[in-house]
Design a protein around this ligand. Structure first.
Ligand code: PLP
Length: 399
């Protein structure tokens, strides 16, 4: 018998975490690496949130197990926040607090999928989705998009991929890795199509507050209320409040799905750390001033990175409208000679960029679309400019 089960042995290492780890290791070895790999804000967690957490450590209430579904006051605050930010009305009992958005992703698929159920997964997709789908026994059915449609999937494309086994559509806007934001009318059209065909929607809204220019985020069940009974909303504090390490996310769904997922969580991980939940309570019930300031900085960096990337011959970068990622195509550079080698794939080109320019980017293979780079612009303005300059100088050598 194999030592590792086929189910778990089939899981690929998270490519984004791997790039980040490699960049950090090179840095620790004294190399001046600039990392565009990490998907986390470079800002500190706002002080009032940290202060509440510090006080929570000393409060004996937080030393004990609490309900697996989350602190009642946090579930209530998340329901209130969902109404405030998305105009989507839910009961606190429809909220399950999870160990980061990642656990909400996994538990949603685990609660909905039987072996062989198909999930429509628009690509480029966040690298965790196909693994979570497969781990739950489901089959990811990739719906490919590219820069020609701003990385947006149409109803026609989804319909062409639908089969009698389709159970779920995974929807992520603003998108990691492309920064694409679906316009409200397209969100509505997709929601109506899902209702018409009895397809569940898992909508990952973790970047809801990070939209720029004229882009607008809308929540699918808010614009298509008929979807509420077959929809799970995923969210968390990580990206909005610079709280990636605090590990608080949530899923919102119909009562039976939330009950099933809570049963799973009660055996898997129980309650999320009470101290983190107290911090999240302060975050979601407070104002959005901190994210407004972060959004301003991200917007400035977004415009800068698109300008710098677009000036590199062979790199073509559509303007992202949300999250904090740029997703340029590097297809024109593949197969060309740079410093004596001829990278054929974006994985090979990214390795070359790390080696010679000391710049870490995540290759598109991690997101189901070879031929692209993902660059997070959640890093300081000076590093951003210097990193893209170094990469550009190297890529300009392509013959
Ligand atoms: N969903 C998307 C699209 C993400 O990019 C991330 C984090 O990178 C998450 C969910 C999960 O975030 P966390 O588990 O840190 O809350």
């Amino acid at each position: 018998k194999p030592r590792i089960s086929a189910r778990v042995g089939g899981i690929a290492e998270s490519a984004t975490l791997a790039v980040d780890a490699k960049a950090k290791a090179l840095k620790a070895a004294g190399r001046p690496v600039i990392g565009f790999g990490a998907g986390e804000p470079d800002f500190p967690t706002p002080k009032p949130i940290v202060d509440v957490a510090a006080a929570a450590c000393a409060d004996p209430r937080n030393h004990r197990y609490s309900p697996a579904s989350g602190l009642p006051e946090l579930r209530e605050a998340i329901a209130a926040k969902t109404k405030r930010d998305s105009q989507y009305e839910v009961e606190p009992s429809q909220v399950l607090v999870t160990n980061g958005g990642k656990q909400a992703v996994y538990q949603s698929f685990a609660a909905l999928l039987d072996p062989g159920d198909e999930v429509l997964l628009p690509a480029p997709y966040w690298t965790t989705y196909p693994e979570a789908i497969a781990l739950a026994g489901g089959v990811p059915v990739v719906v490919g998009t590219d820069e020609s449609t701003g990385y947006l999937a149409s109803v026609e494309q989804l319909e062409a991929a639908r089969t009698p086994r389709t159970k779920v559509l995974l929807f992520n806007s603003p998108s990691n890795p492309t920064g694409a934001v679906y316009p409200p009318e397209q969100v509505e059209a997709i929601g109506r199509w899902a209702v018409e065909h009895g397809i569940w929607v898992i909508t990952d809204e973790i970047y809801e507050h990070l939209v720029y220019g004229g882009a607008e985020h809308v929540s699918m069940p808010a614009v298509v209320p008929e979807l509420a009974d077959t929809c799970v909303v995923l969210n968390g504090v990580a990206k909005t409040y610079a709280m990636t390490g605090w590990r608080v996310g949530w899923m919102i769904g119909p009562a039976d799905v939330i009950k099933a997922a809570t049963n799973l969580q009660s055996h898997l991980s129980s309650n999320v750390s009470n101290v983190s939940q107290r911090a999240a309570l302060e975050a979601v019930s407070g104002s959005l001033d901190a994210v407004d300031a972060m959004r301003e900085a991200f917007d400035r960096r977004r415009r800068k990175i698109v300008e710098l990337l677009s000036a590199i011959p062979g790199v073509s970068c559509p303007e992202p409208q949300g999250a904090f990622y740029a997703y340029p195509s590097v297809k024109e550079l593949l197969g060309r000679e740079i410093r004596g080698s001829r990278p054929q794939t974006s994985v090979e080109l990214a390795a070359l960029v790390l080696e010679h320019a000391e710049v870490a980017v995540v290759p598109g293979e991690a997101f189901g679309t070879p031929g692209y780079f993902r660059l997070s612009y959640a890093l300081g303005d000076d590093d951003l400019a210097e990193g893209v300059r170094r990469m550009g100088d190297l890529l300009r050598e392509a013959k």
